[in-house]
Each structure stands twice: as C-alpha cells, then as structure tokens.
Design a protein around this ligand. Structure first.
Ligand code: ADP
Ligand code: MG
Length: 503
C-alpha cells in the first residue's frame, strides 16, 4: 500500500518535554483522517512538522512514498500541503482575494492582474461551495468565514493534503455543519484531509480513519467505522471514561430562581425578549440554542453583569436591582462562559483566583485584613478536593490548561454552597476526562438540592445533563420539553427555529 502521507518513528523534543515519540502516521489519498488526542498530546507539534514549521529530531516523513525534508512552510506548500492553523493568519485590512493571492499573485507584464485574481479566487470558492464574498475586507468577516478564507488560501496554492488544526473549536454548530460540507466536497475531489480534534462525535461524523495520540505516542490507529467511541476515549485518556452522564431522576423542590418578563436590549429585536424561567431546587434546567440567540445576555442579566428589565427573584427575594457581588451574597454561583476574561486573571495565583468574591468571608478576613494563612489553607484544600493539577496554590493560573482552569473556577463557585448555580458552557475547551468529572460534579450539586441553570451549545451536554430543556431562539424561549423525551433531531430543528416540524 502506498500512503499519501506517512511518518515513521517521528520524534520531537522541547527540552525536557517529549512532544512526539516514535509517531507512525499513515494517511490514504482522498480520506479524512482524524488526529485525536487530549490537550498537550502532541497533535499540533506533529502537524507543524508535516507543514515544515518544525523539524523532527528523529524519524522520517514521506509523501506519496518519497521521503521529504522540509525546512519551511514554503517547502511543504511546494509539495502540496496546506494548513489552517488554530489562530488564523490573515491581514485584517486586506480583502479576501488579496489575502488569498498574496505571494502567489497572477501577473501580467509584471503587474498584478486584479481581474484575473478575483475571478480565479471566486471560481475556486464556488467550486467547493465556500460561500465567501471575495471583495470584502477580512476585518468585516465572522470567524467562520475567515476560516473559509484560510482554506481557500491553501486551495489556491493547490494543496492536495489539507491540515485543519482543531477547526471546529471556534465555530458555532451551524458554521461547523458548513465546514463539514466543504470537507466532504474536498474529499470527493480526491484531496486528503488531516482533521485534528479532541471531539469524539466529530471524528465519528466526518472522518474515515483515526490516529489517536496520548502523551506524544500513537495509542490507536484504525478505520473510524471499525472503532467505537469507547475505544477511542480509552486510547485518548488511558482509562475508560463514561460518555453518558450518570444520574437518577430529579426531585424538584421549592422555586429557587424565578425570572419573569425579562428583556435585555431595545428595539424591535432585543437580545432577550420577555423571557420567563423557573428553576427549582434539585433540578437542572438546560438552555439549548445556537450561540448568539440571547443565551449569554440572559445569563449575564440574571448574574447582574448586564442591565435588563423584568423581575428576577432568588428564593423569593427580588435581586433585579442588586449588583453582581450582592447577588452572589444572596446565593448565586456563576461559572461564566469566558473564564479567561470574567472568571480569572492570568497574572493571579491559584489562591487569589479561588478567593475572588469571598474576600469578605469571616473565616478568610479579620478586621478588614485578609487572613493569609486561612486563604492558603482553603486554596490547598480546594486544589486537592477538585484534582486541580497545579504545582502549588502560589502558582499563577495563566499557565493552566483549559480543563484545569475550569476546575479552579468550578471549585471556587461551588465552595460557597449557593442555592442557585448558573453553569455557562461548563465544559467548553475541556478534555474528555475532565468533562466527565465536571458533569458528575454538576449532578452532585443538583442532588444536594441546588437549582442549576445550564447553558450549553453542545447538544449532547444539554440532553445528558438536563432534567428540563428550554430552547432559546432569537431572544425567546421557543419551546420547553422534558429531557427524557427530547431527541437530538427534534432539538436541532427547534434550535433552528423550526417549531412546526419538531412537533
Ligand atoms: N514550542 C514549544 N516549546 C516547548 N514546549 C512545547 C512547544 N510546543 C509544544 N510544546 C509542548 O509539547 C506538548 C505537546 O503540545 P501540542 O503539540 O501543542 O499538543 P496538542 O496540539 O495535542 O494540544 C505539550 O506538553 C506542550 O506544552
Ligand atoms: Mg494543538
């Protein structure tokens, strides 16, 4: 068998860290090949070597059976490789077509042939159904469209092997579906795709074969349809992880959160339009919806981060006019979506991050001064209890991986045993193993009698965790359904605003 792309025993070290160790990768022409692994498994390092950005310390890279030695990305491009990085590399002030042809401009008597350039870029976009207006400036484009521009840029250089490094991490579910359609079109055209991800359902949905990395080594290599989600997860994590959320039936009690007629924003289409929600003690209410349908604004208004009109009561007390800190004191815990911005500060230590919002606690301060020994001790306890992988409570949180940082935020928010927990995208960007732990933790909070309001763009998370599901669409609650009766297909239609067909 001749492989389109093959690596044999590729090894790469960064000082004491071995990012790749003896990696054998075998990719067929015209397939979508998943490269899977948890954060830090070595996926991006391997891709950077394939694309000429890094050189292996050991091992060989072969393209169509021939060994290659790339010293730069230009070398790799010359051999038919293209790569779309996790962070895009486009010039904001230039148009789409200018970005695409840059460095490979069609010229006529030494001058850039603008008309020909635009026509050929537009033609390429049409051929693969990449809907992009090639004359727009990149700065005016959404993330999903920018990604298409990056793909077009690689195709314009005639990439036969396209590397997509975690391409869905930045996309909404709709944009993701669009990307998958493009990937299929490219595959049908005989191109080879390396699809890097840590998301299992994406591997099952779009890829033909899969190579799994763990701590820099290959732990699994097989055809996707011969594999199972369980086998892949075990290969990724080195242990068996339950994909289903284990939980018993809910026993809802008194009303904890009551939102009535909440509106955020003005005009004919406010971000949140007259929303009413009730969450009881001992239940998880999940809000499903495609990003951008008012979920964030709704949660921020409840948490006090954004003004809104309407009633918000917590255990019968009107909190609508309280500030954020006062709402916390009244019994609201909040795991924010953007933990890097609102949940933590990169320069802060773990102890400081865990203290945020609790400076006034009697146990942690004395006569207006912080009780530093008590703060350190509490931090050490939370780090141990929540399995946070950090060298000490004095280490800065800016260095933590997404999963560990999320554990810090969750540890802090759950330590104050508030009657209401708001969890917004609680597992976004988190490894599979950590997802299981976070889900179990949220269910445990419910079973301890807390009211949980969950917002998630991951349909499987909403379905698995919630007791009741509310679907939000264009600022309104479009439907409510018991989670036990909801299906993915039905939820998908509702999230797209199609109530008639979902009935
Ligand atoms: N330039 C670098 N310098 C030092 N260490 C690095 C560098 N790039 C990656 N690493 C380390 O190599 C390992 C693999 O990283 P990476 O390839 O980015 O993993 P993944 O893409 O699977 O998340 C990690 O431990 C990471 O910290
Ligand atoms: Mg990576």
């Amino acid at each position: 068998m001749q492989w389109e792309l093959e690596t044999i025993g590729v090894t790469k070290r960064f000082g004491p860290v071995t990012a790749n160790e003896g990696v054998d990768l075998r990719v067929k022409k015209g397939e979508v090949h998943a490269v899977m692994g948890e954060n830090g498994a070595g996926k991006s390092t391997l891709m950077s070597m394939l694309y000429g950005l890094l050189q292996p310390d050991d091992g060989e890279i072969l393209i169509a059976g021939r060994q290659v030695h790339f010293t730069s990305a230009l070398d790799a491009i010359g051999h038919g490789l293209g790569m779309v990085h996790q962070a895009f590399q486009l010039f904001e002030e230039l148009t789409v077509w200018e970005n695409i042809v840059m460095g490979a401009e069609p010229a006529r008597r030494g001058f850039l042939d603008r008309r020909r350039a635009i026509a050929s870029v537009a033609g390429l976009a049409e051929r693969y159904d990449l809907k992009v207006d090639v004359t727009q400036r990149v700065r005016d484009l959404s993330v999903g469209i920018r990604q298409r521009v990056e793909i077009l840029k690689a195709l314009y250089r005639d990439a036969q092997i396209l590397i997509l490094d975690e391409p869905t991490a930045v996309l909404t579910p709709q944009e993701r579906d669009g990307l998958f359609a493009v990937i299929r079109a490219l595959r049908d055209d005989g191109r080879t795709i390396l699809f890097v991800t840590h998301k299992l359902h994406e591997v099952m949905e779009i890829t033909d074969s899969v190579t799994v990395l763990r701590q820099g080594r290959v732990t699994e290599r097989m055809a996707t349809k011969e594999s199972t989600p369980e086998a892949i997860i075990t290969a990724m994590t080195g242990r068996s992880v339950s994909l289903d959320v284990a939980k018993g039936p809910a026993t809802p009690g008194e009303i904890v959160l009551q939102v009535a007629g909440l509106t955020v924003g003005q005009g004919p289409k406010p971000a949140v339009a007259d929303v009413s929600i009730t969450v009881r003690a001992g239940e998880i209410v999940g809000i499903a919806g495609v990003a951008g349908n008012g979920q964030s604004e709704l949660i921020e208004a409840i948490a006090g981060l954004r003004p809104g009109s309407g009633r918000v009561t917590l255990k019968g007390r009107d909190i609508a006019s309280l500030r954020v800190a006062e709402r916390r004191e009244a019994g609201l815990a909040y795991i924010p979506e953007d933990r890097a911005a609102t949940g933590t500060a990169a320069g802060a230590t773990a102890a400081e991050t865990l203290l945020m919002g609790r400076q006034g606690d009697a146990a942690l301060s004395r006569g207006g001064l912080l009780n530093l020994p008590a703060i350190s001790e509490r931090a050490r306890r939370l780090i141990a209890q929540n399995d946070i992988r950090i060298s000490s409570e004095r280490a800065k949180v800016g260095t933590l991986s997404g999963g560990n940082l999320q554990k810090v935020v969750i540890a802090r928010e759950l330590d104050h045993e508030a009657p209401l927990l708001i969890a917004e995208q609680p597992t976004r960007g988190v490894d599979v193993g950590a997802i299981e732990a976070i889900h179990a933790r949220i269910v445990a909070e419910r079973d301890a009698g807390r009211a949980v309001l969950l917002v998630s763009a991951e349909m499987s998370e909403v379905l698995g965790l919630s007791d009741r599901i509310l679907v939000m669409y264009e600022g309104r609650i479009l439907a409510e359904l018991p989670a036990s009766e909801a299906t993915e297909a039905q939820l998908g239609l509702l999230m797209a605003g199609r109530t008639g067909e979902a009935a």
